[in-house]
Ligand binder design. Structure first.
Ligand code: NAD
Ligand code: WQD
Length: 336
């Protein structure tokens, strides 16, 4: 069964392609390479024994999907990862984010209509909840204001999906990721963004290996267990497996609603300092950091209730936070 993976050369897309292949799907990547490169396809081939083709296409450009060969017929679904994701950059370049993230989804929906593709899985984010007052957060929680244009593009994309699928006769799932991190166990693929890393785990590993002189913990005066922010870190391969489960669920036609949304997290809130301590344990290193001011836009705490994904998608995370940090650290070591 043939599946299109947009953003397939990126971090979560590449790990998901491995899991899809290992579950019998044929995958085709569509990635403009704006934040990735095709080297990752070599790693995927080493892991799975399968060559994956990437179409280097900017999906936000009108009708760009028409460049995909007509022979790619019989597509059972699109998993749409392609998006820009740097929260801070989106504040400076809102138009680029709306054009790329909302524009690419609109093109994907046009393509689904034109080519009669029945299923969509969309990469959403916990950022759609804004600062939720009830933790752990459940999928029915309202969308609150989010601090960045990036976050708003995810909210708008989910609303667009609701409107489109109401009448299209097709099915969609939005997967709301919490904080993805870690690398494939083989350490043949991992996070290899072209843009500078800003998320906590790569900042830690880059600091530990000496790419950065030091790192700052953003804020130690929050009303949390140790004053630093609480997040729900989830292994990228657990996320990858959730996409395969979601696709299998749609293909089984068990989903009655035209579209639905699922949280993907471990359900465990960990503070920045707890992550640093866990990294010290896993790496055996004494880690240097400084306590600094809060980062604008950060919320104090968020973590997931993922029981809906367990119940309906038959998915549960299998890996621990130590697995996240160990694979992230091993990946940092092999890519240098
Ligand atoms: P990534 O940047 O590694 O991967 C995205 C890929 O999409 C890149 O390879 C990029 O080149 C490609 N791309 C971007 N715009 C494109 C376009 N217009 N046409 C074709 N290709 C395009 O990011 P990721 O971490 O793998 O994230 C994947 C998805 O998950 C994104 O939608 C992101 O917003 C979402 N998400 C990520 C996180 C996270 O922390 N990594 C959390 C929640 C949601
Ligand atoms: C985690 C914690 C920081 C770097 C972002 C997006 C969200 C989603 C996931 C896409 C926070 C602290 C970080 C550093 C630090 N992405 N930190 N020093 O902000 O929770 O979520 O990625 O959808 O939308 O907003 O992730 O990894 O940046 O930060 O102290 O150098 O680590 O303040 O508390 P975040 P993050």
């Amino acid at each position: 069964m043939k599946v299109i993976v947009t953003g397939g050369c990126g971090y979560i897309g590449s790990h998901t392609m491995v899991d899809l292949i290992q579950n019998g799907f044929e995958v085709i990547s569509v990635d403009s390479l704006i934040n990735s490169n095709e080297d990752v396809l070599v790693g995927i081939e080493k892991i799975t024994g399968q060559k994956v083709k990437n179409y280097q296409i900017d999906l936000s450009k009108a009708d760009s999907w028409r460049l995909i060969e007509k022979s790619e017929s019989g597509i059972v679904g699109i998993i749409h990862f392609a998006a820009l994701k740097a929260v801070g950059e989106s504040v400076k370049k809102p138009l680029a984010y709306y054009e790329n993230n909302v524009g690419a989804l609109m093109q994907v929906l046009e393509w689904m209509n034109y080519s009669n593709i029945p299923n969509l899985i969309f990469s959403s984010s916990c950022t759609v909840y804004g600062e939720s007052s009830d933790l752990p957060v459940v999928e029915s929680a309202e969308f609150r204001p989010t601090a960045s244009p990036y976050g708003r593009t995810k909210q708008i994309c989910e609303w667009l999906i609701q409107d489109f699928f109401k009448t299209s006769g097709k099915k969609a799932i939005s997967l709301r990721y919490f904080n993805p991190a870690g690398a494939h166990d083989s350490i043949l693929i991992g996070e290899a963004a072209s843009n500078i890393a800003l998320n906590l785990v790569p900042v830690i590993t880059e600091t530990a290996i000496g790419k950065r002189k030091s790192m700052t913990v953003y804020g130690s005066d929050y009303n949390t267990k140790d004053g630093t922010c609480i997040r729900d870190y989830i292994h990228v391969m657990d996320l990858a497996e959730a996409h395969t489960s979601a696709l299998q669920y749609l293909l089984s036609t068990k989903q009655e609603l035209p579209d639905d949304a699922f949280n993907l997290g471990m359900g465990k809130g960990l503070s920045v300092l707890e992550i640093i301590k866990a990294f010290e344990k896993v790496s055996g290193l004494k880690f240097n950091y400084e306590l600094g001011p809060r980062r604008p836009g950060d919320i104090p705490a968020i973590f997931a209730d993922s029981t809906k994904a367990k119940r309906l998608l038959n998915w549960a995370p299998n890996r621990t936070v130590d697995d996240i940090l160990r694979t992230a650290w091993e990946w940092e070591n092999v890519r240098n």
